[in-house]
Design a protein around this ligand. Sequence first.
Ligand SMILES: Cc1cc2nc3c(=O)[nH]c(=O)nc-3n(C[C@H](O)[C@H](O)[C@H](O)COP(=O)(O)OP(=O)(O)OC[C@H]3O[C@@H](n4cnc5c(N)ncnc54)[C@H](O)[C@@H]3O)c2cc1C
Length: 305
Amino acid sequence: MEKAMRNFFLFLSKNKYLTRSAKKYGLRFGAARFVAGETIEQAAAIIKELNGKGLKVTIDYLGEFVDNQKEARRMVDNCIEAIKIIGREKLDSQLSLKLTSMGMDISDDYVMSTMREIMDAANKNKVFVTIDMEDYVRCEKTLQIFKQLRREYDNIGTVIQAYLFRTSKDMEELDAYAPNLRLVKGAYKESSEVAFPNKVDVDDNYKKIIQTHLLHGHYTAVATHDDAIIEFTKQFVKEHNIPNDQFEFQMLYGIRSERQLELAQEGYTMRVYVPYGTDWYGYFMRRLAERPANVSFILKGIFKK
Ligand SMILES: Cc1cc2nc3c(=O)[nH]c(=O)nc-3n(C[C@H](O)[C@H](O)[C@H](O)COP(=O)(O)OP(=O)(O)OC[C@H]3O[C@@H](n4cnc5c(N)ncnc54)[C@H](O)[C@@H]3O)c2cc1C
């Protein structure tokens, strides 16, 4: 049943018609629990609040299915505006983005030019940028673009998904770049030809890549809400004397907020991924796919009104 719900919401997340419709109607159906508003001003207020509680942030201007330069331009401009505001207001925030929003599906040259524009602004404002990882068909190209940009910039990282079979090999190849990586389980619907279908195998692989990346001395962001993985990481760093400034925990805005605070109070770096913008639909559907409890929360919200 849980698997069927997950597939249903992941299917809905890819619906272009619903994506477009949702943009017109503003944050609905409880999406505000997971999305920090539609404007950078609203998001900046949330970042300040989180920073005030000892939490660091990575901000994400939401956008999906960008297939024309006009839309990609709008995305790039919004990212640059966010970078400038982070710099100007001295917010403790990084930036996360998706290459499809920056024009990856338009052309290679185009996405490289938009990314260099963003990276130049980020460099100037001392903002770190993480390239989110999207679906499997875009994984290879995302890594190639990351490697090219990493040769040119220090302030860039990307994401590795534990559910993919290719992940260990990707990490070996990335090692030479001393990459700052966010490690995640993986959020998209992938075929069993490319990804572990069973959670237990994903979790095992997740632990494996956390160990490898930490032992290689690279900065590691463990992005999960899973206590078992968090406890595993805490134990592992203790046993191997890995300093607290070589890793951090990350969670999504609106999910396990209490746990985020606890980890910060225990002295760990805790970063909250804060999405904002009008294009909230796909992101919201993926959150519903992850956890049926989120769905009942949303339904309660709808029927209360
Ligand atoms: C900061 C961040 C960035 C991410 N970036 C990417 C990306 O670039 N690409 C990508 O594919 N995916 C990304 N993800 C999503 C990730 O791949 C997973 O889909 C998502 O984090 C859910 O997996 P999980 O590790 O939290 O554990 P799950 O296996 O989903 O959950 C494990 C356990 O965590 C606890 N838990 C989970 N949710 C809740 C909740 N709402 N309340 C209470 N307990 C809960 C429960 O005990 C649950 O059994 C990102 C996630 C985070 C946190």
